[in-house]
Design a protein around this ligand. Structure first.
Ligand SMILES: [Zn+2]
Length: 76
């Protein structure tokens, strides 16, 4: 699940991806802060974790991922 945020402090677009692989009942509080200026955005409860990236980084990574998929052999 991807969520788009905008930092109120530096106006950077931020993508938050929640990852809960463990299906645990135990939730912990995670602080979401801006990767560009460290401004605190939100506090969330999760049983997994959050990946916080700027939108630019996020798009760059997506591009790399899609290139990898096109390779005939897996990367060693
Ligand atoms: Zn910021």
């Amino acid at each position: 699940m991807e969520e788009l945020y905008k930092c109120k402090n530096c106006q950077t677009n931020i993508v938050i991806v929640e990852d809960n692989l463990f299906y645990s009942d135990e939730k912990s509080e995670v602080q979401i802060s801006c990767p560009a200026c460290d401004h605190k955005l939100d506090t969330r409860l999760t049983d997994g974790w959050f990946f916080i990236q700027t939108e630019i980084e996020f798009k760059k990574e997506k591009e790399i991922e899609s290139k990898k998929e096109r390779l005939p052999y897996p990367m060693m």
